[in-house]
Write a protein that binds this ligand. Structure first.
Ligand code: SOE
Length: 397
């Protein structure tokens, strides 16, 4: 099989996992990575074992050996880089959230839709076998009509007031911090697993740490200037959010998202209660799916390929008792992306679990509604979805 060439723009934390995933596919050639300067790209290329470094993304896009661009830049650059890649005729795999604003997300979705190219946004938690199992069970009516969809996404890496990230700067991360960064994953997962859409939200956002210490830039220290003390910065975006939800199938829901909650590392939990049974899945114990029953004992389905629904089986690679986790789920999403590209990237050939720019745009509408609900004083806010006008007016009662 002819190998596909990929290039990556924005070689930060997540870039290593994109590269790991494509290396594990075995039929993708890593052409090079582009950073904000040639020196930084060269340094990262050495660390990541990549042969070529580019000082800007335009040169990477101009390389005919590159057919696929992985966009792992900070949020404020997503639009520019993904649009340029699509215009250069490259398939695009973008980090989430799709863009810094809902308007930018729409622009990206429309450009991708009209380009006849693959467009993927890495809502990577879809790639877990037991997530796909839960989705298949719900689609087949195994838990009856869903009535309550709830959970959380809790982290603690921003607990210390000396912790700082570009995600907290609205100019770089967008208006939302915790919701955009990890609430986006939860909302995507809840909609993907249930097959229902969030139609209305009521949110209470809070900034637990309103002032943070921002470290002085290393660039200054590098240039030989006196090392500056950390600066205090006022934080305006949320690090904690609680949101009530209504779904288009009549289900109710709620989600809590926070990044300042000691002890919670990457604690994404999703539970769906149906009229016949319940399902619960936890990201930190991803090889188990809890099945709750009313008049018979509860069970725990452990990840065993032979016990999984055919729709989920392909996402499990090891026999039962050999745990699979975050990097494997991430690889599954990237594998689906390349399978779609190889099949011609037409809408009809897209693997059902693969999140696209349409999902990224849809997700931005949900997060935007959450911000609006809070800004209006905590009132119900409809999620207006121009892509599906009929669905947003369905049963809301
Ligand atoms: C940080 O909150 C982070 O790395 C997110 O940016 C990722 O999307 C999430 O998967 C893990 O946590």
């Amino acid at each position: 099989m002819k190998s596909l060439g990929m290039g990556l723009v924005g070689p930060g934390f997540i870039a290593a996992h994109h590269l790991d995933a494509v290396r594990r596919l075995g039929d993708v050639q890593i052409v090079g990575i582009a950073g904000s300067s040639l020196a930084s790209a060269q340094k990262r290329a050495r660390e990541l074992g990549v042969g070529r470094a580019f000082g800007n993304y335009q040169d990477l896009l101009a390389d005919p050996a590159v057919q696929v661009i992985h966009n792992t830049t900070p949020n404020h650059l997503h639009r520019e880089v993904s649009l340029a890649a699509l215009r250069a005729g490259k398939h695009v795999i973008s980090d989430k959230p799709l863009a810094a604003t809902m308007q930018e997300a729409r622009e990206l979705y429309e450009a991708a839709r009209d380009a006849n190219l693959a467009h993927v946004v890495t809502f990577n938690y879809r790639g877990y076998p037991l997530v796909q199992q839960a989705r298949a069970m719900i689609a087949k009516g195994k838990i009856g009509a869903s009535v309550f969809v709830h959970g959380c996404y809790l982290q603690d890496w921003l607990t210390d007031e000396r912790a700082y990230t570009w995600r907290l700067d609205p100019k770089l991360g967008g208006a939302s911090s915790a919701l955009g960064d990890i609430g986006s994953h939860w909302c995507d997962l809840a909609e993907h697993v249930t097959g229902a859409r969030i139609t209305a939200v009521l949110s209470d956002l809070h900034t637990v740490v309103p002032v943070r210490e921002v470290p002085a830039t290393s660039a200054k220290a590098f240039a030989g200037a006196a090392k500056k003390a950390a600066q205090k910065r006022k934080i305006t975006s949320e690090d904690l959010a609680t949101v009530l939800l209504r779904f288009d199938n009549g289900a109710r829901g709620c989600v809590t998202v926070g990044q300042v909650l000691p002890g919670h590392k990457n604690d994404l939990r999703l539970e769906v209660n149906g009229r016949e049974a319940s399902l619960a899945w936890r990201q930190e114990q991803p090889n188990e799916l809890w099945i709750g029953n009313h008049a018979k004992p509860n069970t725990v389905l452990t990840r065993d390929p032979s016990l999984l629904d055919p729709a989920a089986r392909g996402y499990a690679h090891l026999p039962a008792g050999h745990p699979e986790a975050w990097a494997d789920a991430f690889r599954n999403v990237i594998a689906d992306a390349y399978a779609w590209i190889r099949s011609g990237a037409t809408p009809g050939k897209k693997p059902a679990a693969l999140p696209t720019f349409a999902d990224g745009y849809r997700n931005s509408l949900v997060i935007d509604a959450m911000l609006k609900s809070h800004a209006a004083g905590g009132i119900w806010q409809l999620v207006e979805d121009p892509l599906e006008p009929t669905r947003t007016t369905r049963k809301r009662g």
